[in-house]
Design a binder for this molecule. Structure first.
Ligand code: LLP
Length: 410
């Protein structure tokens, strides 16, 4: 999608023209890119053995969600808001899984009423509350137990959710205990086990270790008369900021297939977020000012850490290129936003050609955890989002206005 030399196009549309037409900062998504990622996943992880639950926190735009739901995806949700979004977007309740360490009673009620596939339960107290909530509603709650596999797979501490000592899930022994308890309860319906390794994982061996652990726990449960219907391996499929490494889909799918093949009739669930949407999205931003700071070339743009938090929060190094490159030598430059924080730097040490105020820059691979992690910090309205489909462009979220920010009664 991105060419380093000619003008950047998003499908059939010049990125610079999108910026002119809709203003910046602007998130632009490619429907064709989304479809390609979806098809790659679907081919590698085929139904009925696999259920693909899109982690909608990665990109919660209702139009993106609706599109994935239409193609047959399930959803992984972590809050009442995400559950409502999933239902509103057309994800089928029997394809929705609900994770998260802090589900409230109201969120449990909403999930039970909707008839979701399962709650991925993360503590003994949560299991007890789910059981009481189900009883009060006169229902049986579907339950999976989230195991903390103690595998350090993710590249950044903030992206690691499966290390020993993390707040997520419970250790394997406790998972067994909770699973046996759930299997005996008349208020709970035990489905299986869940784990999530963290994010930005590129090696199949981490999934192999995860599957070995889940399979050995499953065998132990089976030997105690508890059947396993689902095994959820979580998400974490890497999609690099600079787009240089590819996630080994084929290898991971054969690892999981080999493991789950031992349990006929079992459904394997995966919960990819970033893999589906990262490369689908580009953040367009306009150059406001050029400065030289201690001899360093500094470009101040109109998108900040409130619009795109990943570089500030994780030190993520996204490729940033001019939408319409000018001729001339490429020299090192830092790109910083307007927010009053030193961390508000979108890219450092980039090699960029000459640029003038008004030129448009494109932050690539920004479709996952971009808009969805944005905020109104510095009272900055959130950017608009558009979906490009061939030559068609549709606004899928209008730019927020300052008067919306001022309206406290909303
Ligand atoms: N399942 C569970 C239980 C999760 O907690 C997550 C992500 C996913 C699936 C999807 O992970 P993915 O396939 O997208 O890696 N904000 C960070 C990523 C945090 C992910 C949190 N949980 C970032 O911008 O890199």
């Amino acid at each position: 999608m991105a060419s380093a030399r000619g003008p950047l196009r998003i499908e059939g549309v010049a990125a610079a023209s999108l910026a002119r037409r809709f203003g910046t900062p602007l998130y632009a998504y490619s429907k064709a890119a989304l479809r390609r990622r979806w098809e790659d996943l679907q081919q590698a992880f085929q139904a009925p053995d696999f259920l693909l639950c899109y982690a909608i926190k990665a990109n919660s735009n209702p139009a993106i969600c609706r599109q994935l739901a239409r193609w047959g995806a399930g959803a992984e949700v972590v809050s009442g808001g995400e559950l409502s979004l999933a239902l509103h977007s057309g994800f089928q309740p029997p394809r929705i899984v609900f994770s998260g360490v802090g589900k409230t009673r109201e969120e449990m009620r909403a999930g039970l009423r909707a008839g979701i596939l399962t709650f991925n339960v993360e503590s003994a107290e949560e299991l007890a509350l789910l059981s009481r909530t189900a009883k009060a509603l006169g229902r049986r709650a579907p339950v999976s137990i989230r195991v903390n596999p103690a595998i350090a797979a993710a590249p950044h501490p903030h992206l690691a959710t499966a290390r020993a000592g993390s707040k997520f899930g419970v250790p394997p022994r406790e998972a067994l205990r909770l699973a046996l308890k759930a299997a005996k309860s008349t208020r709970l319906r035990f489905l299986g086990l869940h784990a999530h390794l963290g994010s930005q994982i590129f090696d199949a061996s981490s999934y192999e270790r995860e599957s070995r652990l889940l399979m050995s726990l499953s065998r132990e449960l089976k030997s105690r008369g508890v059947a396993i219907k689902t095994l959820d391996f979580g998400g974490g499929f890497g999609a690099e900021e600079r787009g240089q490494r590819e996630f080994p889909l084929g290898r991971v799918s054969s690892v999981l297939r080999r493991a789950t093949g031992a349990f006929p009739g079992l459904t394997a669930i995966i919960e990819p977020g970033r893999y589906l949407t990262a490369g689908t999205g580009t953040l367009l931003t306009t150059l406001l000012y050029r400065k030289a700071v201690l001899g360093r070339r500094l470009l101040i743009v109109d998108a900040g850490m409130n619009d795109f938090l990943r570089p500030a929060l994780y030190g993520a190094r996204h490729m940033i290129i001019p939408a319409s490159p000018r001729p001339g030598p490429r020299t090192p430059a830092d790109v910083a936003g307007p927010v009053c924080e030193s961390a508000d730097v979108l890219g450092r040490g980039l090699r960029l050609p000459p640029m003038k105020p008004g030129d448009v820059l494109a932050v690539l691979n920004a479709g996952a955890y971009g808009f969805s992690m944005g905020s109104n910090y510095n009272s900055r309205p959130r950017p608009a989002e558009v979906l490009v489909d061939g030559r068609d462009v549709r606004i899928i979220r209008p730019r927020e206005t300052i008067s919306e920010l001022l309206d406290c009664r909303r």
